[in-house]
Design a protein around this ligand. Sequence first.
Ligand SMILES: *[C@@H]1O[C@H](CO)[C@@H](O)[C@H](O)[C@H]1NC(C)=O
Ligand SMILES: *[C@@H]1O[C@H](CO)[C@@H](O)[C@H](O)[C@H]1NC(C)=O
Ligand SMILES: *[C@@H]1O[C@H](CO)[C@@H](O)[C@H](O)[C@H]1NC(C)=O
Ligand SMILES: *[C@@H]1O[C@H](CO)[C@@H](O)[C@H](O)[C@H]1NC(C)=O
Ligand SMILES: *[C@@H]1O[C@H](CO)[C@@H](O)[C@H](O)[C@H]1NC(C)=O
Ligand SMILES: *[C@@H]1O[C@H](CO)[C@@H](O)[C@H](O)[C@H]1NC(C)=O
Ligand SMILES: *[C@@H]1O[C@H](CO)[C@@H](O)[C@H](O)[C@H]1NC(C)=O
Ligand SMILES: *[C@@H]1O[C@H](CO)[C@@H](O)[C@H](O)[C@H]1NC(C)=O
Ligand SMILES: *[C@@H]1O[C@H](CO)[C@@H](O)[C@H](O)[C@H]1NC(C)=O
Ligand SMILES: *[C@@H]1O[C@H](CO)[C@@H](O)[C@H](O)[C@H]1NC(C)=O
Ligand SMILES: *[C@@H]1O[C@H](CO)[C@@H](O)[C@H](O)[C@H]1NC(C)=O
Ligand SMILES: *[C@@H]1O[C@H](CO)[C@@H](O)[C@H](O)[C@H]1NC(C)=O
Length: 796
Amino acid sequence: MMINYNHTVFVFLLLSLGIFKLGSCSGNQSQTNNVTVKCIKSEREALVRFKEGVNDIPGKLSSWVGEDCCQWKGVECDNESGHVTMLNLSNPAGRHRHSDYYEIYSRNRPPCANSECSAGLSHRNNICSKRSSYIQRRECRSLLGDVNSSFSRDVNASLSGEITRYLSNLSSLTHLDLEGNYNLSTKNLDWVSSLSSLQKLYMGGVKINHTEADWLHAINMLPSLRVLSLYSCELKHLPSSLTFLNLTSLRVITEAQLMNLTTLEEFVLTTNNKSQPLVFNVKDDWRPPFKLKILHLESCLIGSKFPKWLQVQSELTYVILKSVEINGTIPEEWFSMISYNLTHLDLSNNQINGSLPHQLVFPNVTKLFLQSNLFSGPIPSNISDLMPSLQYLDLSENHLYGKIPLSISKIKKLNILVLRRNNLSGELPDHWNKSQMDLRVVDISYNNIRGKIPSSMGFLGNLSILVLSNNNLSGEIPSSLQSRSIVSMDFGGNRLSGNLPSWIESDIFMLRLRSNLFSGTIPKKWCNLHKLRILDLAQNNLFGGIPDCFNNFNAMVDHNTFGYQHVENYTEKAYIVTKGREYEYDRTLQFVTCIDLSGNSLTGGIPIQITSLTRLGTLNLSMNHLNGRIPKNIGNMRWLETLDLSNNRLFGPIPGSLSSLTSLVHLNLSFNNLTGRIPSGSQLQTLIDTTIYKGNPSLCGSPLPTKCPGDETSDGPSITDVDDKQGGDHYERIWFYANIGLGFGVGFWSVCGTLLLKKSWRHCYFRFCDEIKDRIALLIALRVVHLKRKFGLEKN
Ligand SMILES: *[C@@H]1O[C@H](CO)[C@@H](O)[C@H](O)[C@H]1NC(C)=O
Ligand SMILES: *[C@@H]1O[C@H](CO)[C@@H](O)[C@H](O)[C@H]1NC(C)=O
Ligand SMILES: *[C@@H]1O[C@H](CO)[C@@H](O)[C@H](O)[C@H]1NC(C)=O
Ligand SMILES: *[C@@H]1O[C@H](CO)[C@@H](O)[C@H](O)[C@H]1NC(C)=O
Ligand SMILES: *[C@@H]1O[C@H](CO)[C@@H](O)[C@H](O)[C@H]1NC(C)=O
Ligand SMILES: *[C@@H]1O[C@H](CO)[C@@H](O)[C@H](O)[C@H]1NC(C)=O
Ligand SMILES: *[C@@H]1O[C@H](CO)[C@@H](O)[C@H](O)[C@H]1NC(C)=O
Ligand SMILES: *[C@@H]1O[C@H](CO)[C@@H](O)[C@H](O)[C@H]1NC(C)=O
Ligand SMILES: *[C@@H]1O[C@H](CO)[C@@H](O)[C@H](O)[C@H]1NC(C)=O
Ligand SMILES: *[C@@H]1O[C@H](CO)[C@@H](O)[C@H](O)[C@H]1NC(C)=O
Ligand SMILES: *[C@@H]1O[C@H](CO)[C@@H](O)[C@H](O)[C@H]1NC(C)=O
Ligand SMILES: *[C@@H]1O[C@H](CO)[C@@H](O)[C@H](O)[C@H]1NC(C)=O
């Protein structure tokens, strides 16, 4: 077995060797001889040295005083011989089994889609780059706060310092558990090699600074070792040949050695370094002696064809072969061999083609992940007979075609069904029933499903997320879907018609009905959708006015009012148009707030209530027939990143408060009948694209080439609020602007000129600005809370 591996930042490797008994233990003597065992002097000294070498901040070693080390916490001795047999100083807070660890790691990724923020995790202090908006910065910060606090909790309970090689004197040690001590390190693993009785070695999280690839050599000296856990040890080198398993020289080898390895049951090899994946390459004719039960290979290369050695693993129950670049087909024989005992199968992110097994029964499989492959053909029509225990089925992003079998609605315990992005056609199955109480997520988006949404879906009493977008569905939304449990409905990109469903209940957080044929008005009843964060009704045939009660959308006022309702284990995906483009959101969807009513025939004015949605990120009312003025206090919506009011019949001035939208990155006011001077200042200064204001013949001022009346004599930037009375004495204004010009000249050059010249001051200044902004926001938040308390306004 060859593992070619040049360089990685994060490797985690957990090899568990199955149980192998080494002779039988002692007889009855110790029960009859009541002699207090005393610990052996040399071993006590070894422990004392160990204690001296580490920094015992959690106080784990406080009991390590006195002569008898067998009484010390974390130490266990043999009753007879007095030898130390177990040393357990693990840190439960930092102890994550491989899957948990990965879960936690991935769940806590920063919420911002752009790379600016992702970089934040690695540089904990320098959260986001300056360009990213304030919102994202705040979110990153709070989220990282969570990560950091759990991280620091782990770290605080961790021993720090270096493991001394004196531990090698504990020659009778059978269990050594230092897992989860993220601040503990060791120069190499050589000291382990003398622990010849060692059966279990847990070192997960301990930094092993073994510069050579031969660390496995030390491990290989341990004949009784059954469990080895080295995840997240920051091992930089893997040996070029995994001699430990001694698989390269098949010709595993004396009988005895072969026998020993037959008990290998669990094999985990993953890396998260996609750019330099591990290569796990074995000879084609290799026949491993062991029968694995658990196999987890992720982001490593195992050869492009489905490996032969895997085809003889007949006792597998839990299989993850994710992102291992398998292409070709999965041999039917392998499936049939493992089908009976299989409980979890994840072959996602490969290039596997061929059809799904249509005859094999997988009685115990609960989770089947085949997404992002090249599977084709239909879904087995009798899937509920083949896989009666399914809870989680993800077949998304394949080339499956044909109908969705009726049988799928008969899988009793089905919890999550994801068929997104296939070529499925026909109608949705219409035999959903009350017995499917567990079904919470159905995502059949991006297929060719036609017909109506079956009203029997209303029987699914716990359905939370229903995604049917980008199909060919028609008809009305059945009112049977009226259910408090639904938190997200995405029917965008179909041909659904009729009135908007006024019966929607108040738990919904996303309602996406864009690009359909809905007509009628926006129901007033929606005003009590307090938890709504995403309302996307764009490109329909809606008419009438925008209800004047949008200020009731509490989740768009205060993001923290209602926690985002997670459907366990499932990350919803949705496409949201923001900043002038369509973006795919998944993990970050919970941070999106958006109202998109564009491309309808809405009339009337923009209700001023909308300006109280201070936490709204995207407001798109473009391409309607709205008239009236832009609400004066639009500047209240300080989280607004996207504001599109283009192609309406808005008139009057652009409110000066627009310049206080410091997060604004996309603005479009074109093709209206706006008049007067374009306000300037802060963020607006960066939006210099003249198309923002195009098609408003009476607008003037920067960035348009049209000068405002009275501007000819002054070059200085204007700070006038256009809401102010226009007109007035001409001379007075000339004086006014001249003074401003002078003031600006002096002020600008005395501050900025200095900053321009003096680098260190410049840095200091901008850092100050950056901090002060946060501080002000914090201050305001604190004040508000304070006042609320004072007046007893705070609920609960
Ligand atoms: C242990 O002692 C009990 C009686 O005290 C005896 O029956 C048993 O056989 C002994 N076991 C061994 C292994 O000597
Ligand atoms: C050793 O001592 C512990 C505690 O005194 C006891 O629970 C255990 O059974 C003993 N083991 C043997 C083999 O006598
Ligand atoms: C062993 O002896 C100690 C005193 O030397 C006594 O306290 C203890 O109860 C005895 N234990 C047993 C199991 O006889
Ligand atoms: C060490 O102790 C922890 C509990 O503190 C336990 O979970 C773990 O299994 C122990 N390790 C060994 C090797 O027994
Ligand atoms: C790891 O070893 C290298 C080379 O011996 C050394 O430069 C580095 O400081 C060590 N790191 C730690 C954390 O001990
Ligand atoms: C295999 O097991 C035997 C005991 O049955 C032991 O003596 C031998 O050292 C083991 N070999 C290896 C390579 O672990
Ligand atoms: C691997 O097997 C070869 C051949 O049987 C043997 O010479 C060698 O010592 C083994 N290596 C280890 C580390 O056990
Ligand atoms: C299923 O597992 C049982 C026990 O774990 C085993 O006896 C049986 O052979 C396995 N079946 C297959 C088809 O591997
Ligand atoms: C695997 O797929 C890649 C690209 O999709 C192709 O170049 C390669 O030939 C394929 N290998 C096999 C064995 O099919
Ligand atoms: C698999 O399912 C069968 C029948 O449903 C059951 O008897 C058996 O115990 C299950 N096996 C496992 C490993 O769960
Ligand atoms: C969801 O996660 C929980 C806890 O991690 C687990 O118990 C449950 O089986 C999972 N459900 C599904 C359908 O994956
Ligand atoms: C634009 O507004 C002006 C007055 O403010 C009005 O005279 C003109 O008719 C309006 N144009 C359009 C196209 O509505």
